[in-house]
Structures are given as structure tokens and as C-alpha cells.
Write a protein that binds this ligand. Sequence first.
Ligand code: JHZ
Ligand code: ZN
Length: 416
Amino acid sequence: MPSAPFRRLTSCRVCGATEISVFLSLGETPLANAFVRPVAAAAPELRAPLEVMRCLRCGLVQLTVVVDPEVIFRDYAYATSASAPMRGHFDGLAAEIVERFAPAGSFVVEVGSNDGVLLRPLRERGARALGVEPAANLAAIANAEGLETVNEFFGPDVASRLRGERGAAKVVVGNNVLAHIDGLPDVARALDALLDDDGVFVAEVPYLFDLLDHVEYDTVYHEHLSYFHLAPLMTLFAQVGMQLFDVKRVPTHGGSIRMYVGRSARRAETPALTGLVALERSRLADAAAVFGTFAARVAAQRQALRAVLAELRSAGKRLAGYGATAKGNTMLNYCGIGADTLSFIADTTPYKQGLLTPGTHIPVRDESAIDAERPDVMLLLAWNYADAIVRRLDGYVARGGRFIHPIPLPRLIPDR
Ligand code: JHZ
Ligand code: ZN
């Protein structure tokens, strides 16, 4: 098997400490969004080790390897707008940003703007919004819709150039992007360069404690280099004289935090932030036990999911999957679930339809396959949208179709 171009981390990407402890290994897996063209099915796929460690100094949870971002992000399968609930979520975020920090006409930069899902409502609400997005296919979609996007990786050079050309930003936004970036201190420096004196960085990241509590190990894949909680983020921003001043828990992607970062001493810390920092500290009092327990729950989920699927198969049930997610590919590869078990996976993303899942080679089809193949049970690989999907597929449910909600332990939904 060929390896993806990757390097091993020998120190923490936030604080530089070399004291690190590996607590989870999910094997050697293909890249989670590297869907395969059927004509290329016989060709070997790039793989890399998928292991998670934590820094014993600042606490940052991170992968042991970094796959070359040029390989992962230049052409990218995940288009945020394909998931209807995310459009509503980001409209709400745009409203909040404009109301709290960016009066009409303010310059707002979004890092990792994907297909423009947030740029659009920001603009509709009066901000001068600019996207920075490394995926050429996604930047092109946004630009074609008049949502101005520069096709680059964000960093100190881009930040200084934008500031020179367009002035300082009132707000920089970054959703589900900090986890993708290896050089976090560079990002902090870039924010410092681009933001106005009273400017604010608003960012959403999946929250480590939701990952731990709900056994969301499938959100571990090579794109996600870091799994955040507040303490290491505070260490990071302090390096450039910035600080978190507020935080909010939001339900997206299995549980995330929305953080607000400003220049030190300009804004008072909210009780929400003080409270969550204290909660984290108490929960990590015996960190080794916390991460050891998590690893055991991951292994138990694998065993239980394999057992449920085997039982349904031997009862003659027709099985498929729903949601060709990146995280689904971690779960399928780690649990060893292939096309002999799931005959297809339905997904609304045009880019993914007609392709095969990485490693496991299950065909991705559009939703009409559900009526054509009439599966009895679908493994819900997009469990983060469970409610919306059960509602959307009311016809499937009405004729007796059910889903396996796979985490923290597999269960059939809706209840009967
Ligand atoms: P979804 C992505 O992970 C990738 P994924 C990325 N690396 C990241 O950081 C995380 O998000 C946070 C489809 N769908 O959002 C669309 C339906 O078919 O869970 C998508 O392909 N029907 C950027 O890939 C997939 O499911 C529906 O009704 O794990 C959802 O992918 C809905 C709602 C979605 O993210
Ligand atoms: Zn560290």
C-alpha cells in the first residue's frame, strides 16, 4: 500500500512540548474524503496511520501525523451547502456576527469559506465579505455565484496582503477549519496582522468533550489534525497577545464550540467562558483515565456495530448506508464494513455520487437509490443530522425502513 505524503509530529503544534502520549490507534486508513472513481477501483489508495495523542503540557489532543495539505484540500469533496441544516446554522451565525461585531459595510474575512455558505448571508446582511478557500473546485463555485473568494491557504502572507489591499478586518471567521491547519501559531500571527484593533475572530470547532462523551471517534481522520478544548486555544492566542473572551456551545457536527477571540485587555471575559474553563479543568483532573476509558468505548462500539450488522444480515435484511461522510469512512474502515454488507450509500452531494468510498469501495448513489433498492435498514453515517434525515426520508420510514444510529453504541431508530 502506498503511503500518503505525511510527516510524524515530534512535538505539540501549540506549545512545542515533546512530552506526548498516544491514546488511540484506528489503524492505517485511506484519506476520508478521497472518494474513488470506479475506473480506478483496482489502483492502490494512499493511506496513512490514524493515531491520536495528547500533549502533556498544554493538553492539545492531536494526530500523530500530518498529511500534506496540498493532497487533501486542493480539490475537496465536501460542499457545506449540500447539507440543508448547515445553511440555516450559518445564516444564524451571520446574523449574530453582523449584530454584535460588524455594522453595515464592515470588512469580514472568512477562512475556509468552502462554497460560500456563510459568505452569502453575511453579504445579504450588509457585510463586505471575502472568502479565503484553498479548494479550487469550491472557490470556483462561490465566485460563480458572485461571492468573492481568493483561492489560497490562509496564513501570514495572505493576511498582510489583504490588509494592505483592503484594510483591516472587523471580523475574521473560521468554521471547521482550525482543526485542518498544522501551523496554528502562524494562524494566530495572521489574525493579529489582519484584524482591526477592536476586531474579533469568531470560530467554530468540534468540541473535544462532545467527542469523548458521545464516542465520536469517527470524526478522527487525517483532515482533523487537532481536537480542541479551551485550554490549549487560550495558550495559542496568548502567544500573540490575543485572548478568548466568550464561548458558546453549538450543536453542529456532533457538538461544537463557537469561540470569540479579541485583543487582550479590550474585552471582559464572559461567565460562559469562565464556567466552561472550570468544567474542563475538573473533567481532566485524571486525564489518563479519561482517555483510557474513551479508547475502551471505541473498541466496544466497533464490536457492537459489527455484531448488529451480522445479525441483520443473517436475518436476510437488505442493508445500505446513508450519508457518504468523511467520518463515515473512518467508521467503515476501522470497523471493516464493506460493499458485501452495505450495498450502497445514499448522499445528496453531486460530487460524491457515482464514486466509491475510500478503502471500502461502497458505491455512493443519489437518494433515488433508496426507492429503487428498498433497503430495510440504513447505517446512518451522517448521525449528526439524524432528526433532519429521519424527517426528510418519511416515505422510507413509513414503509418500515429504519436506521442504525451508530454512536455511542449502535441502536435502531426511529423507535418502534
Ligand atoms: P457532514 C465534514 O465532515 C468535513 P463530514 C470537514 N472536514 C469537517 O471538518 C467536518 O465536516 C466538520 C450528506 N447529506 O456534514 C451531505 C445527505 O445526503 O456530516 C454530506 O455528504 N442528506 C469539512 O463529511 C454528508 O451527508 C442530508 O439530508 O463527516 C454530511 O456530511 C444531509 C443533511 C446531508 O460532514
Ligand atoms: Zn502542547
